[in-house]
Design a protein around this ligand. Structure first.
Ligand code: ZN
Length: 183
């Protein structure tokens, strides 16, 4: 199987900025690189939309996945709440359409919840985010926690937790492929 892993933001687009100045772009790149390594070791062909702090627009992320005809597309993000409320924490995973996208999002959500005890399960939600809307394969976008939330940000600041999240996302992807196969 083949997959595009998309660390959100990058370069001059730092994404969410959370407690203590923690930046989404760095958090999600670290997780994405680890997910890529884990999945490669399991025999998947993995393509990253970025492997360093560079600017990448949304369209090239989508066209890379569509041109490469990969089986799956997974975008990795971290959240910020409006007004940076520190009591807002939680995990949520988005899909755009279709039973397969929903299942992919559900498998990932379930696994990330397991490694984030106490962080609210905000569920699997439908969304029109560009990268999951225009990709031609089952696609999901996971929000690994709120960088503006006290609980989530202190965890996501720790390398050990980011590794756990990476294993969880990988496990969700592998479970999906085991149950549903490629496209
Ligand atoms: Zn983001």
């Amino acid at each position: 199987y083949s997959i595009v892993i998309d660390p959100g933001h990058g370069g001059s687009d730092v994404g969410a900025v959370g407690i203590g100045g923690i930046r989404e772009t760095k958090v999600v790149l670290d997780i994405a690189l680890q997910v890529a390594e884990i999945l490669k070791k399991k025999g998947l062909k993995v393509i990253l939309t970025r492997g360093s702090e560079i600017d990448v627009d949304l369209y090239p992320r989508v066209s890379l996945a569509n041109r490469s005809k990969v089986d799956l597309f997974v975008s990795i993000h971290a959240n910020a709440s409006r007004n940076k409320r520190r009591n807002v924490n939680g995990i949520e995973t988005f899909f755009y359409s279709g039973a397969k996208g929903f299942k992919l999002a559900s498998y990932i959500q379930d696994q990330v919840i397991k490694v984030s005890p106490g962080s609210p399960d905000r569920g699997v939600r439908k969304s029109r985010f560009y990268v999951i809307r225009w990709t031609h394969m089952p696609a999901a976008l996971v929000e690994t926690g709120f960088l503006t939330g006290r609980m989530d940000s202190s965890r996501l600041a720790q390398a050990a937790h980011r590794y756990k999240v990476s294993v969880a996302i990988s496990r969700g992807i592998l479970l999906y492929l085991k149950e549903e196969g490629g496209r």
